[in-house]
Design a protein around this ligand. Sequence first.
Ligand code: FES
Length: 576
Amino acid sequence: MADPKRGMRRNLTAYGDEEFSLFLRRAFIKAMGYTDEALERPIVGITNTFSGFNACHRTVPELIEAVKRGVMLAGGLPVEFPTITLHESFAYPTSMYLRNLMAMDAEEMIRAQPIDATVLIGGCDKTVPALLMGAASANVPAILMVTGPMLTGHHKGERLGACTDCRRYWARYRAAEIDDDEINDVNSKLAPTAGTCMVMGTASTMALCSEAMGMMLPGGAAIPAVLAERVRNAEATGARAVTLSKERLTPDRIMTPEAIENALRVLLAVGGSTNAIVHLTAIAGRLGFGIDLDAFDRMGQETPVLVDLKPTGQHYMEHLYEAGGLATILRELKPLLHGQALTVTGRTLEENLEETRVPDKQDVVRPRSDPIFREGGIAVLRGNLAPDGAIIKQAAATEKLMTHTGRAVVFESLEDLANRVDDEGLDVEADDVLVLKNAGPKGAPGMPEAGYIPIPRKLAQRGVKDMVRISDARMSGTAFGSIVLHVAPESAVGGPLALVRTGDRIRLDVPQRRLELLVDDAELATRRAHWQAPKRGAEDDRGYRKLFLDTVQQADRGCDFDFLAPKVTMRIPGTH
Ligand code: FES
């Protein structure tokens, strides 16, 4: 007798008569042209994250065809279904604002439909975390694949990569080093193929972390989007999904504390995007694990940056692929990893690694004895300005600014920043500290990637390339500079950042992990007594925006909604 919990019998619509529910379901699915024989197979759902607005997912239709082929070859029935998709440049006000919506969509659709295993097709920054958050909560067997990174473009004999070079060229344009014609020319070359940003931005970081976490087939993270190998990877992913459904290998057995620690280790070693710490916190949170930022910082002190990729290094993802991809990184990190963590292959991380080829010669992944940067890419800061923590991507910062005391020049909001940063009359000098308020999870809302505060034009034109910048915002993983991010609690909920005024002194001390507002406690108490929370507008009290503003948590809780993350049962990294 057929298993009542599998295939078409799974998750029946509630009519109060299960046999009738199944009868009705089969009647409608037959309208799709399926035979009874097809409908008896394990059903593999495939998330269709294609959208005409999402260039990073341009190849999804082709990948779905290959996944379907793999599923069929392995004896399953592939059924694609749409989910929300998110592209960084087509998500107002920010893609982070919508990440949790996509995670809810993925979770509920996986749960609602008769799916024995799911192939999650992510790529652009927020899609991978959203799909993994949803899959973790639904806890149906799932396997992730990504669309893969773009190939690089060229301009005047130089390689170009989205979006590190987007920012570099825009900064040159702002400083009047290049003209309108050249910036327009560069604009057409920055994203030359389908796929995700090919530097170590959030998409590349999350792809590598997900593979390290065991949710992707080995080698899957770095294959460029336009290679035939990417399509073969899709076919193999589809085939593996059928086996996952039979083995009932659920995400909670793969995304264990050990697996998430492996992902955190890789985040540090690749000099990855600061966004990934927020996303990994959110994914871990769905499984009841909280990220201990101080323990993560200690992990960083024993994990050097090994990968020589933009924005901290010189290469691009296509070079990491040629250098053996994640396996080459894992081989270097082996003594620091939990090799026994189970992966979607049904084998451990270490067993997978034993089957990979060692590249003959490569200069993209450095040995641990000769790293790019002696510590992990991200440092965690504490102090009276960030009681719940802040982070800095020290590997992408200016070394002499890592210990710096300066005068605060404060922008009260994104609007204030846009209005005044290029004002000739702005009172600002190169050794000042730029501070942006009200750009956190609730403040903007959606914690925009506004932490990369532009160098005021008059300073940029004098050749100033970097300044200490502090905010409760995020920063694109493709950006660089001495930028303190994710200050928690954020200013919109009354965090100390809300109390900073222009003229205050701020001390940043990355070696000591400190971020201090040098204003005495009595003065801060007076300011706090007069502080007023930003007023909510009419649009803040309906729909998804209300849900977001009412329930989004701070950066140190992954910006997930409070009702989606269960109680924390374990802090990681730790001893377990
Ligand atoms: Fe999609 Fe960069 S915009 S990965």
